[in-house]
Design a protein. Structure first.
Length: 75
């Protein structure tokens, strides 16, 4: 997990929420939609990081199992 990417996603989400709220207050649908789009981008970034985390977990598990098999064969 990249803490930097998670932080960027959190900042983008906050930016989107603020922009959407400003759009509601000023009755500006364009601002609302842009804010929602930024929130969706933040969700996509978080999902991307989740996938990277899961891929790393799987790779680590495969590596551990391969080591176990190697150790069992060399005993």
């Amino acid at each position: 997990m990249s803490l930097q990417e998670r932080a960027k996603a959190a900042a983008k989400n906050v930016e989107g929420k603020v922009q959407e709220a400003v759009g509601k207050i000023t009755d500006n649908p364009e601002q609302q939609v842009e804010g929602q789009a930024k929130q969706a981008e933040a969700d996509a970034r978080n999902t991307s990081e989740d996938v990277k985390d899961k891929a790393k977990d799987v790779a680590d598990a495969v590596k551990d199992k391969a080591k176990d098999v190697k150790d069992a064969l060399t005993k």
